[in-house]
Design a protein around this ligand. Sequence first.
Ligand SMILES: Cc1cc2nc3c(=O)[nH]c(=O)nc-3n(C[C@H](O)[C@H](O)[C@H](O)COP(=O)(O)O)c2cc1C
Length: 328
Amino acid sequence: MLQIRNLTLSAPLLLAPMAGLTHSALRSLLKEIGGVGLLSTEMLSAKRLPSDNPTLSPFLVSTEMEHPISYQLLVAEKEHLAPAIDKMHQMGADVIDLNLGCPAPQVRKFGGGSKLVDDTSHLRHLVAEARKLTHLPLTAKIRLGESLIESKLKNLARMLEGEGIDLLTVHARLRKEPFCRKARWEWVGKVKNWLSIPVVANGGIFTVEDGRRCLELSGADGLMLGRGAAIRPWLFHQLATELYNCTLPSLVIDRSSFYFSFVNHLEDRFRPERRLGRLKEFTHYFSQTFPFGLRLASAVQNSTSMQEARQRAIGFFPEHDPLASAAD
Ligand SMILES: Cc1cc2nc3c(=O)[nH]c(=O)nc-3n(C[C@H](O)[C@H](O)[C@H](O)COP(=O)(O)O)c2cc1C
């Protein structure tokens, strides 16, 4: 099993931080289905975090069942670290993750995400400071870089380890590569060989076969699922039992009950104006694996209220679910 500092995960399977997707409703659904070893928030701005209200902010709302959980920090300046990390401690974070890979121009503009990697000396200070400020497991998530240069990647990875990072997740794509590009899992293997801390592979894992192949090519200590977690929320369970021999209650893939459980969690956890956008985002992914999915996605996409979306979705599942089950 995967050990991160003093935290032992039930399975080396991590949920990726994803803006607009990795919130309380998805995390709760994943916990219900089982198999996930470490949950995550989406990236949280270190500047904004201290003043955000944990019971009202849709980025922070969380429940007792959503543990262990990693809080991902988007930070550019050292002075923002202490108040942000303090707040994460208060909110019950189990792990703190540093976002060193986000390629979005608006994030790079203020010096965060992948921009941090451009200035190693600044990054070193930032990581050292974060390490001083928390006793929690401190992790980082990177991409492979601007281009495939082994020495650069090795220096970065070793620097992070040297400054006290407890686990490194490698999203196996270059900074400018789109998510549709095939992930370079063998490069995660290179990083793994350079370090003694655990290295987790991320990118392009959508099936058990992908997970198996990724482990073969990378020798990674664990897998992190991004879009795959929303497309097939049951994939963690399958990976846990089929790749890691975890003993879990048996699983019935019932898309309808998973979908409406997600809808119920949205309604329980979020204020009304925060629900529909999140349902549309989730449905875009969740609907990708079954024959009637596209029609479900567009029906929900065109809804103007949660009630309308729910009503339309109800119309799809009873008629189509048997067909859908056969597809998995
Ligand atoms: C909608 C969306 C939002 C994302 N937001 C974040 C984020 O907040 N922080 C982060 O480190 N990565 C973010 N990512 C990247 C994912 O964590 C992950 O690295 C990427 O999706 C590749 O994994 P996958 O192929 O399993 O989806 C996001 C990806 C998507 C699709």
